[in-house]
Ligand binder design. Structure first.
Ligand code: LMR
Length: 330
């Protein structure tokens, strides 16, 4: 009897010890992304990691996995729903399997500059779009900028007809697909991690991206021409799963939220700087020619791509398109 009681006491003590140890285990947020560390998203994620450590006193730990080390944008959201990763910030163009409305951000020549993007995203409608993934079990925590996109290619692109017949890598977005189809070019959806090799081996002729991505992934070394079109937006949404977000205690969630808001503000500053500095670095490299368009040439690109708006008007919603466009005039 005594032996049984002793064994029971030892068992209880072990259980208590285990739960104490568990209570002390930090919550881990795996943050997966596809770009280099020295980019707006890479730097934002590192800042988030530091701020979370400071604000939670180490009770929440962020592990950052850059350069598609852990997941690509094609599988990260599924992994998030399975609990294998807790946060990511895919480009807004990569949510089309989850919602229609975010396709708004891919419409060509919708925003004239990043201030207009900010005005729209901070509006009630822009903020509401962060909830567009809710039915799929995902929570949009905030937007992050990268910048406006440029077109790079093996050949000089001055007018839309120059793109005819060329193969362009695009993100997984039907709007972007339509955008290149209106140019009689061939769009091909491919993960970001494959772009450099596809361009280097000339399997593809061109791609569209921000100055920061063209610089940090060295696309400019394998693309002899970059046309400064500023034709589209590369922006991100930081997402987590509802399951993970609600598993945090109220205080922890507030601390993580605060850390993220500060990290996003910092990331947006990095984005603004990089769109100037990385363009400059590319220009100074002498590896590629940057083509600046005349207003008349630019107008031709606008005219050529604008029919895409009509094509997606129903899916996105005409009122939403109108509001976003109006943010240019505020
Ligand atoms: C791309 O796939 O071109 C970009 O979305 C990568 C990124 O996250 O900036």
């Amino acid at each position: 009897m005594k032996a049984i009681l002793t064994a029971a006491a030892v068992g209880l003590a072990a259980l208590a010890f285990n739960s104490l140890a568990l209570a002390d285990e930090p919550v881990v947020i795996k943050f997966s992304h596809v770009v280099a560390e020295n980019t707006p998203k890479g730097k934002m994620a590192e800042k988030f990691k530091e701020l979370v450590a400071a604000k939670t006193g180490g009770s929440v730990v962020v592990e950052v996995y850059p350069n598609s080390q852990l997941f690509t944008d094609d599988n990260v959201l599924e992994a998030m729903l399975l609990g294998d990763v807790q946060m990511a910030a895919p480009a807004l163009s990569k949510f089309s399997r989850y919602t229609d409305v975010l396709a708004l951000y891919d419409l060509p020549f919708l925003f004239q500059d990043m201030d207009a993007v900010d005005r729209f995203q901070q509006s009630e409608q822009g903020q509401k779009m962060l909830d567009s993934l809710s039915k799929k079990g995902l929570v949009g925590l905030g937007y992050l900028h990268n910048g406006l996109k440029q077109l790079s290619a093996d050949e000089p692109l001055r007018v839309p007809a120059d793109a005819k017949g060329l193969k362009f890598r695009i993100m997984s977005s039907d709007v972007l697909e339509a955008q290149f189809e209106t140019l009689d070019a061939t769009p091909i959806k491919k993960p970001f991690s494959e772009v450099f090799t596809l361009l280097q081996t000339k399997a593809l002729d061109g791609q569209e991206n921000s100055w920061s991505n063209i610089y940090s992934k060295k696309f400019y070394e394998v693309q002899p021409y970059i046309t400064e079109t500023n034709h589209g937006l590369l922006d991100y949404m930081v997402v987590t799963s509802k399951e993970f977000w609600s598993s945090l205690g109220d205080e922890q969630r507030a601390q993580v939220r605060e850390a993220l808001d500060e990290a996003l503000a910092y990331g947006n500053e990095v984005a603004a700087d990089k769109s100037v500095e990385d363009k400059q670095r590319i220009a100074e490299s002498g590896r590629t020619e940057i083509i600046e368009l005349t207003p008349a040439e630019r107008a031709q690109w606008v005219d050529a791509m604008k029919p895409v708006w009509k094509q997606f008007e129903k899916e996105i919603g005409p009122e939403l398109i109108k509001s976003a466009y109006q943010s240019n005039q505020d």
